[in-house]
Design a protein around this ligand. Structure first.
Ligand SMILES: *[C@@H]1O[C@H](CO)[C@@H](O)[C@H](O)[C@H]1NC(C)=O
Ligand SMILES: *[C@@H]1O[C@H](CO)[C@@H](O)[C@H](O)[C@H]1NC(C)=O
Length: 239
């Protein structure tokens, strides 16, 4: 009888303690969502409008899906990785190191390819971007996947089997100039990435990326372009 009484007290105490447990990650997510509402999502993460946001970018070629070598047109699946700091998304609770939020809840840099046709048809919305990973100090990491058709350069006088195809994709920001949104630390000349899917027809030979700053003739604004060039050959070409 005594034992039962004690048990009952313990059960009650147990429930009381449980009621006080905070779901810390949830608390942090609520706090971040509360701090970053629509104006935060629509504006750059800088205090002074004259400052620029610096974004690190990396492009990965995931797959050469198919291609028409006579036209030099290929369908590629590319992943873009971006990192930047948005201190509006930071939090003080050191028990939570990282949270993950769908990209619609945060500001994201509007960097896009401008010289390819983007085909989304066969991929669901969820596939197109990963949720952003946010660290306690507001550092954000976000990846975007795209499926695109790109026109490549090749030597029309040579047969397909001995041709080298050079496919260039130019990324840029359609909204911000380089004094407002700049790109740095583009990882250069990655050959094959870990998640690269081998293709039995096409061999990736080289991958190069360059960040180009240029002044536009009309307005003297500084712009940033990211030139990503892949080279590939037909798989039967062993030179
Ligand atoms: C933010 O924190 C991460 C580790 O959680 C660290 O790698 C990164 O350098 C920090 N960034 C800044 C700007 O302090
Ligand atoms: C992009 O880089 C490739 C390879 O270096 C080069 O051939 C091409 O002219 C560049 N395009 C632009 C627009 O910068």
């Amino acid at each position: 009888m005594l034992f039962l009484c004690f048990s009952a007290i313990f059960v009650c105490l147990g429930f009381a303690a449980k009621g006080q447990v905070e779901f810390k990650e949830q608390v942090v997510v609520e706090q971040v969502l509360e701090n970053c509402k629509s104006a935060c999502i629509l504006s750059r993460p800088i205090r002074d409008a004259k400052q620029k946001v610096t974004v690190e970018m990396m492009i990965r070629l995931v797959e050469i899906i198919d291609g028409d070598p006579k036209l030099g047109e290929f369908t590629l699946r590319l992943a873009e990785d971006y990192s930047w700091i948005d201190s509006r998304l930071s939090w003080p609770d050191s028990d939570v190191d990282m949270i993950s939020l769908p990209d619609k809840y945060i500001w994201i840099p509007d960097i896009k390819p401008n010289n390819c046709r983007i085909s989304y048809d066969s991929y669901s919305a969820a596939y197109r971007s990963h949720p952003a990973k946010i660290k306690r100090n507001g550092s954000v990491h976000w990846s975007k996947y795209r499926l695109m058709k790109v026109k490549c350069k090749f030597d029309r006088s040579k047969p397909v089997l001995t041709n080298m195809y050079a496919c260039t994709i130019i990324y840029y920001s359609s909204i911000w100039n380089a004094n407002q949104l700049d790109v740095t630390s583009m990882t250069n000349s990655i050959t094959k990435h870990v998640d690269y899917v081998e293709n039995s027809f096409w061999n990736l030979k080289k991958l190069g990326a360059k960040i180009i700053h240029y002044r536009d003739k009309c307005c003297k604004d500084l712009f940033v372009l990211i030139n990503v060039t892949f080279h590939f050959t037909h798989a039967s070409y062993f030179v």
